[in-house]
Design a protein around this ligand. Structure first.
Ligand code: NAD
Length: 297
């Protein structure tokens, strides 16, 4: 049993390399799942930044650790330290999950699969549908790539004129020209072009906020100026989960939209990592009961 009080000579190690790390929900989520299934692993959080990352990864190899998550600020810096990348991680240029397969460190990105799985669990059929995606940072990039891989038909990417705009252009180029065997068209617009934003949302099935707007220090803010941009049959989702209900989701509820916050994405990205390491499905209903007061949709 991988009960933290009962670690034995066969317990395998899992972990998280990030900083700051104290607020992370991942150790609780993984350890309670491991205990529930009686799997002999333990998941620890390690305060690791860019500077010590290479040494830590060398140490992880030497310790034959089974795998680890990577979060801010290490998601892109880890790439050259790994032996192989999943296609999604390669296209996104980022990794949040590493698995050690007989000494080979393989990087995956499960944020995008987490987001798409959350949509699926909420009964949303996204294949062939149109998504308006706000953002082009880490979360938005993972979502854009995975949405294209999973069959979303069209993605209108909006980003403000900041250092992430170039990444928005790159994401669209990867989707339109580099990923083979998909049927998705991506277009990039500036978030400042509100007329275009309104027009693209009008012809979309799903609107996704994948920026930090709505979360501290931008809590109470919203990239959609007013409810006239929304309509009842639009699905509105936010990657933010603190607070559970952002200003965007509040506005969407008043219009009568189906809404999803970022808890589902967080839960399912963890579930995918859990499966990669252990080969078993995370007991997500149990995790939801234990960890989230507000039901995850
Ligand atoms: P990032 O720094 O990589 O990207 C930030 C993005 O937000 C960029 O597109 C930037 O242009 C945009 N942005 C920032 N301030 C803005 C503003 N004032 N107006 C308009 N656009 C603005 O960040 P990230 O890692 O992609 O995280 C973004 C959000 O996603 C955070 O709130 C984070 O907590 C959340 N997130 C959630 C999950 C989950 O599992 N639910 C996973 C990863 C990230």
């Amino acid at each position: 049993m991988a009960d933290l009080g009962r670690i034995d000579g066969r317990t395998k190690l899992l972990g998280l390399l990030a900083t700051p790390i104290g607020h992370s929900l991942s150790p609780a989520m993984h350890n309670m799942s491991l205990r529930k299934l009686g799997l002999n692993y333990a998941y620890m959080a390690f305060e690791v930044g860019n500077q010590e990352l290479a040494d830590v990864v060398t140490g992880m190899r030497a310790l034959k650790i089974r795998g680890f998550n990577v979060s801010m600020p290490n998601k892109t810096k880890i790439l050259p330290l790994l032996d192989e990348l999943s296609p999604a991680a390669q296209f996104a240029g980022a990794v949040n999950t590493v698995v050690n397969e007989d000494g080979k460190l393989i990087g995956h990105i499960t944020d995008g699969t987490g987001y798409m799985r959350a949509l699926k669990e909420a009964g949303i059929d996204f294949v062939g549908k149109k998504m308006t995606l706000m953002g082009a940072g880490g979360a938005a990039t993972a979502i854009a790539i995975q949405a294209a891989l999973d069959g979303v038909g069209e993605i209108s990417i909006f980003n403000r004129d900041d250092e992430f705009f170039e990444r928005a252009v790159k994401n669209a180029q990867i989707i339109n020209e580099e990923i083979e065997g998909i049927n998705c068209k991506a277009t990039v617009y500036r978030l400042e072009d509100l007329e275009k934003l309104k027009e693209e949302i009008e012809s979309s099935d799903i609107l996704t906020n994948a920026t930090g707007v709505g979360m501290k220090p931008l809590e109470g803010q919203c990239l959609i100026p007013d409810p006239s941009y929304l309509r009842p049959d639009l699905i509105v989702s936010d990657v933010v989960y603190i607070p559970r209900k952002t200003r965007l989701l509040e506005m969407a509820e008043t219009v009568g939209c189906q809404t999803l916050n970022g808890l589902g994405m967080m839960l399912w990205q963890g579930a995918k990592a859990f499966e990669i390491w252990t080969g078993q499905e995370m007991p997500v209903e149990y995790v939801k009961e234990q960890m989230f007061e507000v039901p995850v949709r």
